[in-house]
Design a protein around this ligand. Structure first.
Ligand code: ADP
Length: 326
């Protein structure tokens, strides 16, 4: 997703312009270059006049540069606003019809509207898989536009972990069924409630399960394990899919990063899910990591502190979601 990375670079342009401005203002204080008369016998008055006119010229130049930079910044801000509005409007408008499409496909697949034959079932499963892909992509774009405009909201509330997990896994069953993948959930008894933004944490779980399904072979298992560990609750999602090379375990949490595999293009995705998930977990005072062996499978784990953290929204703004080199 080079294009998306480019967008981030453009957004960072403002920062670069700021640095340039600083550089220009410091360079005006530098001593005049070697063309300054260096002869020891030269007239002191001439030297002073020369130096003043040189300074005036560089100040004038600096003012011109600054004006140009200000114009460019204002142009960039305008473009940025247009881009944010565009992302916001399009992603919102796309989500509603996609939800309806998915809902009806699922209804027909469950034979609630009458019996369907094997061929119809297979075709609808392909349609559902693609609708899910589209939905996932739109969610990522929506999140990026919220991140960009600083409108990502977090509403932490006391949450029963068991109910949250069961509800979330249920929403993933139809995608798993398409590949005949079994999701096995184990939740430790008597877990304390967590004060978290439930929708955001559900989004992380959905993202991890979505990846687990995507990179697992047909007829395999995915194990979801939730338990208490000292002061945290740990959420583990293990698959037996293609795995991730060791040297890329850290990179996959960077925005737009995808493991270099030909398959990824076909499977879709833009490499944003894990970057956003990481931001959400860090904002809640937690941690997220992966253990994975190539061709054996991956285990993604995140932990959340039982003691609620303050100012999740503020913490989220502090996280460098993009981690893209400028
Ligand atoms: P995407 O939308 O591309 O899935 P993510 O940020 O969710 O973006 O994941 C980044 C990359 O990490 C994926 O493209 C894939 O290469 C790798 N990855 C993530 N989860 C798994 C997994 N369970 N098994 C194998 N590879 C994975």
């Amino acid at each position: 997703m080079k294009d998306a990375a480019e967008i981030v670079k453009i957004l960072r342009g403002e920062e670069q312009l700021g640095k340039l401005c600083l550089k220009l203002s410091t360079s005006s204080n530098e001593p005049p270059p070697s063309e300054t008369p260096s002869d020891a016998t030269s007239d002191k008055t001439n030297e002073k006049a020369y130096s003043i006119s040189k300074q005036e010229r560089s100040e004038e130049q600096l003012a011109q540069y600054q004006k140009k930079i200000e114009e460019q910044i204002s142009q960039l801000k305008k473009l940025d606003k247009i881009k944010s509005n565009f992302l916001n409007i399009t992603s919102h408008e796309l989500r509603t019809p996609i939800s309806a499409i998915k809902g009806y496909i699922q209804l027909i697949l469950k034979q609630k509207l009458g019996e369907i034959n094997e061929e119809q079932k297979k075709s609808l499963e392909v349609a559902l898989r693609n609708a899910n892909r589209l939905d996932h992509l739109i969610q990522d774009i929506l999140d990026i536009s919220r991140l960009d405009s600083g409108t990502m909201r977090f509403i932490p509330e006391p949450t029963n972990v068991k109910i949250m997990i069961e509800e979330t896994v249920e929403t993933m069953r139809s995608s798993a069924d398409v590949k005949h993948i079994q999701i096995n959930t184990t939740v430790e008894e008597y877990l304390p409630d967590l004060t978290i933004d439930q929708e955001r944490i559900k989004q992380v779980i959905i993202n991890l399960l979505n990846n687990a399904i995507k990179f697992s072979p047909d007829n395999s298992n995915i194990n979801v394990n939730i338990r208490k560990e000292q002061d945290d609750i740990s959420f583990e999602m293990q698959d037996f899919g293609r795995g991730i090379p060791k040297d890329q375990h850290d990179n996959i949490f960077d925005a737009f990063y995808q493991v270099k595999a030909n398959e990824d293009k076909r499977l879709g995705g833009v490499g944003l899910g894990l970057a956003i998930s990481r931001g959400i977990i860090l904002a809640h005072g937690g941690r997220i990591w992966v253990e994975s062996t190539l061709d054996k499978g991956s285990k993604f784990t995140f932990s959340l502190p039982i003691k609620p953290v303050q100012d999740v929204e503020g913490r989220f703004k502090e996280v460098d979601i993009f981690r893209v080199e400028s």
